[in-house]
Each structure stands twice: as C-alpha cells, then as structure tokens.
Design a protein around this ligand. Structure first.
Ligand code: ZN
Length: 427
C-alpha cells in the first residue's frame, strides 16, 4: 500500500481550537497515524516524504450548499436556456475548479437538470474527472408558483425547479430523482425575495406534500435538504423530518426552539454568500441600492445575522456554502463564507473552520471520518501557505493551497511547487 508521510506541519485537526507542530502518515486513502512534534513517525516504510515547511495542515473543506450546475446565471430561467450538452461540460469545469479551491467534498443542494449532478458524480467516482467527493441531488422539487417555477400563463420556462403539486406528484418526483441515481433530495418549502409572487415569508409547499416527500426520500435511503426561509416553513421542515434545513432566516423563537430540540438530527446552513453579495456587491450585476432595498434584501440580511447568532449559541451544527454559482456569486468564492461566519455571526475562527470541515463531513454522511485529521479518517488534506485561524481569506482562491489531497491521492503536490528562490532564478 502506498504511504505518504507529511512532516513539519502545523496541524489543525478539524475538531480542536488550536494547531500544533506535528506529522501525519497517510496509507492508501486513510490517515494511518497523527503525531505531535518532530520525528515521531518512522518514515522508513513511507514511500514518499513531504516536508510541509511549517505550513498549515487541515482537513479538505466541505461545501455544504453546492450547485455545480449553476453555471453563472443572472436569472433562474437562464439555467433553462442552456442546452444539456453545454450545461454538462460547464458543470464538469466547475467540479474541477472547486477541488482546485480546496473543497474536497461537496453536498449538492440541487442540480439544474435532473441527471447532471448524477453523471458528474459518477465521472468523478470512476476517476475520469477531477472533482470533489460529491453527493448528487436532483432539481429542487417545488409547487406551482413556488421558487423554481419560472413559468407564466402561455409562457414556458425552466430553471432549477421540478414541478409537483399534491402528494401523488411529489411522491412521483422523488421516485424519479431516485431512479436517476441522486444521493440527496431537495424541496422548496418557502419562497424567496427573488420571487416576486412568492417572497421569503410565503410558505409555498403544504405540510402534507412535504411530509410525504420526505418519507418517500427516506424510504429510498436518501438525505433530504430543503429551502425554508419563513418561520412556519422551518417548523414544517422540522416536523416532516428534513435532514438539512437551509436558510431559516425568518425563524422565530418557536422555530429556533424546535431546531434546538432536533439538533442531533438536523443540520442547518445559511447559504449566506448570496445574501451578502446581493446586499454589498449587487452593483456589479446592476442590483442598485434602490432595487436591493425594494426587494427587502437588507432586512433579510439582518434576519439571517440574528438567526445565526442564535444558531451558534444554541449549538446547532451549521455548514458553510453560500449558493455560489450565480453571476453575483461566482463559483470559486465559496470559502468566503468562513470569514462571513466570523465577521457577521460571531463565530471564533476555529468554530467557523469546523463548519467548513468536521460539520460538513457529518452532512456528507461520514461523521468523524471526513473533515477531520485523526487516525482512521479519510485522507482529504490541505496544506495552506498562511494561517486560516488568523486570516480566513487565505482559504479563498486557489493560490494559498500548496497541497490538495483527496482520498489519499495528490491533486496538487507541494513538491512540484516552485520555491521563492527558484521562482526568482527562473525570472
Ligand atoms: Zn441553493
């Protein structure tokens, strides 16, 4: 079995607050040994030795709300206007790009077309496409008029939604996704500020529809995520048994209490990037201050912040992932959410990093063996040139990653990196 020994690293294990000088031995696709200090692990049997030169060693990051097939749309219906062939190729590019940005795992929060996620996941698993571990989803199952229904009378339009009204249609939509091979099922339970006729505080999906949908998905062994911004939609999602509830911006006291009571089975995620960029960086896509105000986005931002301060205090498991993939949230910015957790929600840097690693591993279905550096864990490891505990922005963009290892294999090898002295000599 191949073995790689990484020496002289500052190890942050995804679980504790501090990093320490240490070394990690990887055998096959697993971490075999983790040790504090120098020269503790015998390198004699290691085929390869990597000197980390004091760099920061941490678990590969997990994107908890990923849309690889959202390939830069400005409007939702733009996704319906890309033919499947182009759409698939562009999604493949996004898969490689996100791995290159340090995300070795992604939990899909919806695929814009039914089979894109599934096919991309398979291509990655079969070793033909460079990409993260990927839990594939189907489109967002939604009701007529809900988020994801871009049609108007006499006008056909598609986006990321799969229309289903009534329990029979919802059950059928879930089975259809299962037949095509998804790992995750997604429901849109509330509207959104971006939907004029179904704003964020509108509850669009009935309790009966959601309950039947969740039960069907669970019968088929799938994980369920949902889009729920309105307080009542959050409560409905908890009662229906949803595994991962996104947004929750307008959760009231009762909804927060219900979440807290269910925190051992429910994971949440704010998907804050889209909210953040719309309010603070909307200008780049023509979202002027006036429009942003009229859409109620600053108000939504305030609610999100208050809600996630509470989520933190109540000990909820929260994942990062911010609806990256739209024009306003370009794929590749994903790690910005980690800094947002610190700046806006009051997380300590280590807590925010855990949301991007250990908690994400839990969401991926590998609690305790993904998103952590410990003996027996899956070998998804980054070497970062910088200190993310001091400055989270070093995790944004590909530049600071000297090593990206997924499942024990080097996607980026630090030994192929030009040292500063060599760089100068080459110039
Ligand atoms: Zn989303």
């Amino acid at each position: 079995m191949s073995a790689i020994l990484i020496r002289n690293a500052r190890v942050w294990d995804g679980e504790n607050d501090d990093a320490y000088l240490g070394e990690v031995l990887v055998e096959g696709n697993r971490i075999r040994t983790v040790a504090r200090g120098r020269g503790q692990i015998d390198g004699a049997n290691a085929a390869e030795i990597v000197d980390a030169e004091g760099m920061f060693l941490m678990p590969g990051m997990v994107e908890g709300h990923c849309h690889l097939s959202f390939v830069g749309p400005s409007r939702n219906q733009d996704l319906g206007e890309i033919p499947p062939e182009e759409h698939l190729l562009r999604t493949c590019r996004a898969a490689t790009m996100i791995l290159n940005h340090g995300f070795t795992s992604c939990y899909s929060a919806a695929s814009a077309k039914l089979r894109i996620d599934v096919v991309v996941r398979q291509e990655i698993e079969d070793g033909y496409l460079a990409g993260p571990r990927y839990r594939a989803a189907g489109p967002e199952i939604t009701v007529t008029g809900g988020l994801g229904d871009e049609r108007k009378a006499h006008m056909h339009a598609e986006s990321f939604g799969m229309m289903a009204d009534g329990v029979d249609e919802v059950r059928r939509a879930v089975r259809l996704c299962c037949r095509e091979g998804v790992d995750n099922v997604k429901f849109n339970v509330s509207g959104d500020e971006f939907v004029g006729h179904a704003r964020a505080e509108i509850v669009s999906m009935s309790e009966e529809e959601l309950t039947v949908g969740v039960r069907t998905a669970h019968d088929w062994g799938k994980r369920v995520a949902c889009h729920s911004r309105a307080a009542e939609s959050v409560k409905r999602s908890v009662r229906a048994g949803v595994d991962c509830i996104y947004h929750c911006d307008f959760a009231d006291e009762e909804a927060l209490d219900m979440l807290e009571e269910a925190k051992d089975r429910v994971i949440v995620g704010p998907a804050f990037g889209l909210v953040h960029n719309s309010v603070f960086e909307g200008d780049v896509v023509g979202l002027t201050k006036d429009v942003v105000e009229r859409m109620g986005l600053p108000r939504k931002l305030e609610h999100t912040i208050r809600t996630y301060e509470q989520m933190r205090k109540r000990g909820m498991r929260v994942v990062v992932g911010g609806d990256y993939g739209f024009t306003i949230t370009p794929m590749g910015q994903n790690a910005r959410d980690i800094g947002h957790f610190v700046k806006f929600f009051g997380y300590t840097p280590a807590e925010a990093l855990r949301c991007a690693t250990a908690v994400g591993g839990d969401l991926m279905g590998h609690k305790g063996e993904l998103g952590v550096i410990r003996e027996g864990a899956l070998a998804d490891i980054l070497l970062v040139d910088g200190d993310p505990l001091a400055d989270q922005s070093v995790l944004v963009g590909p530049d600071h990653f000297a090593m990206i290892m997924k499942n024990g294999a080097m996607f980026r090898d630090p030994r192929q990196r030009l040292r500063p002295a060599h760089r100068i000599a080459a110039e």
